[in-house]
Design a protein around this ligand. Structure first.
Ligand code: NAD
Length: 419
């Protein structure tokens, strides 16, 4: 099968939204903004050397795509993964522009990463690679220019290392050029769980919009990393939902009685995956069977392009909440629409992370530390109001939530371009 290009997918979504906007007439946005958003402003590629623990020198390829700064400094994650490539970063950076605009943040969109497998390197080597990358990017990033954050394969520790190496070059105390740092190094309370919490808020608001209680409702989730594990924890503990299945890079597990998330969190902490987890009533599934489980909600929270036409034809749920970026291709999107399966799109569903990253940046710049309660209540207010705005706009205009999200976001960007 031909490999789907993520950047083409994002451009199709943009073009489709523009056409829908034209049909709606009153929602017309200028064609120029579509041309501008169709390509990133800067594509930065760095090949940087790192001396590893054993004394050998290795060259790493790193990317930073700065898509748009119409609304503020570029903002977006850094990914460490063997599949990282230019077009993937371009799509992810574009989605960050849409995400920040939709959430009303004074930030633009960016994304980047290094093409390598972090699981094959020691902690000491990861530290050297992270510091080497941030030094290589140093002149392109900064608190008012471009603010990176964690994504797949990176975490708070890595953000601390990168911040420290930039601070050493800058010779100052400003830590706001990275977000998603540890609490000991200027991070924000609530940041680690923020994307998962945002997914939970979307689920809660979605059920509310259908006048349904969440208690006892079921979900399956692909990905049990930062987004997936936090979402699973909050959906079960705060909404009383039941998790029927979980998948990660090692396989898929299912239990009709519901999986114990506290148990799985402990297991994941120790073994770094769900591989080998085995208690009563657990079945192992293939990916294909996993995406056929009858459930209320399906949450892809792993990689992009995981639900294609084959999976979309057999999904057995009422709604898909996109924790991951770009988990569906165009065909799957269309099939689900025809099958009346609702989609809460990535640019809305996984925006909790960048919202709390913005709060972290604000706290660093104001020399403040907010309480966990404060962060959580601000995030809740922001996410639920954005969800409801998108829901109303999509209902009023008879368009999907993805198109509604795009049109709302593009309108802000169009204004900023023309003003
Ligand atoms: P992570 O590295 O913490 O976890 C990724 C999870 O996906 C792991 O459980 C891994 O086992 C699983 N996985 C990897 N390859 C897989 C495969 N082939 N099949 C099934 N499962 C697989 O990453 P994360 O930070 O949780 O990010 C997950 C997704 O959410 C990505 O698309 C990311 O861009 C998006 N996202 C993350 C954040 C954030 O704050 N971390 C914010 C917005 C969006």
């Amino acid at each position: 099968m031909e490999q789907i290009n993520l950047f083409h997918l994002s451009k199709h979504q943009l073009a489709e939204s523009y056409e829908k906007g034209k049909e709606l007439k009153k929602e017309y946005v200028s064609e120029n903004i579509i041309k501008i958003l169709s390509n990133p402003k800067h594509e930065i590629i760095v090949n940087f050397p790192v001396t590893l623990e054993d004394g050998t020198l290795q060259i790493f390829k790193g990317y930073r795509i700065q898509h748009s700064n119409l609304l503020g400094p570029y903002k977006g994650g850094l990914r460490f993964h063997p599949m990282v490539h230019l077009d993937e970063c371009k799509a992810l950076a574009f989605w960050m522009t849409i995400k920040c605009s939709l959430a009303g943040l004074p930030l633009g969109g960016a994304k980047g990463g290094i093409k390598f497998n972090p699981k094959e390197y020691s902690q000491e080597n990861l530290k050297r690679i992270s510091k080497g990358f941030s030094k290589a990017l140093y002149k392109y990033i900064g608190p008012k220019r471009d603010i990176p954050a964690p994504d797949m394969g990176t975490n708070a520790q890595i953000m601390d290392w990168m911040t420290a190496s930039c601070k050493a070059v800058n010779k100052d105390h400003d830590k706001s050029m990275f977000t998603g740092k540890t609490l000991m190094y200027g991070g924000s309370k609530g940041r680690n769980e923020a994307t998962g919490r945002g997914v939970m808020i979307c689920a809660r608001e979605w059920f509310k919009s259908k006048n349904k209680d969440t208690n006892g409702k079921t979900f399956i989730i692909q990905g049990f990393g930062n987004v997936g594990s936090n979402a699973a924890h909050l959906l079960t503990s705060e909404l009383g939902m039941k998790c029927l299945g979980i998948g990660d890079h090692t396989g898929y597990i299912f239990s009709r009685d519901g999986l114990s998330i506290p148990d799985l969190l402990k297991y994941q902490e120790e073994y770094k995956s769900i591989e080998g987890y085995d208690v009563n009533n657990i079945e192992k599934l293939t990916k294909q069977d996993f995406f056929q489980v009858q459930t209320d909600v399906v949450i892809p929270a792993a990689l992009e392009l995981q639900i294609l036409s084959e999976e979309a034809k057999t999904l057995n749920c009422s709604v898909v909440i996109e924790g991951a970026n770009g988990p569906l291709d165009l065909e799957a999107d269309k099939i689900l629409k025809d099958r009346n399966i609702d989609i809460v799109p990535d640019v809305l569903a996984n925006s909790g992370g960048v919202i709390v990253s913005y709060y972290e940046w604000l706290q660093n710049n104001r020399m403040e530390y907010w309480s966990y309660k404060d962060v959580v209540s601000r995030l809740d207010e922001k996410m639920s109001s954005t969800f409801n705005k998108v829901d109303k706009y999509s209902t009023d205009n008879n368009i999907t939530k993805r198109v509604a999200s795009y049109l709302l976001a593009i309108k802000n960007l169009d204004y900023a371009y023309q003003v």
